[in-house]
Design a protein around this ligand. Structure first.
Ligand SMILES: [Zn+2]
Length: 55
């Protein structure tokens, strides 16, 4: 599913407008899709380790 959400490059406002920001009139872009950071990955291992250590 493609997101219709855009983000203003000027003020950072999220909008559904395709051409310009309704707030400041700045250019809008499709925001980068959220990615899992390495920290999240490590946190997953930490939680797993905690569970294993707890037993
Ligand atoms: Zn804006």
């Amino acid at each position: 599913m493609k997101s219709l959400l855009r983000r203003c490059v000027n003020c950072g406002e999220y909008t559904l407008s395709k051409d310009k920001c309704p707030r400041c009139g700045g250019a809008v872009r499709v925001p980068h899709p959220p990615k899992f950071s390495p920290e999240d990955k490590y946190q997953k291992y930490r939680i797993l380790q905690k569970l294993l250590m707890g037993k």
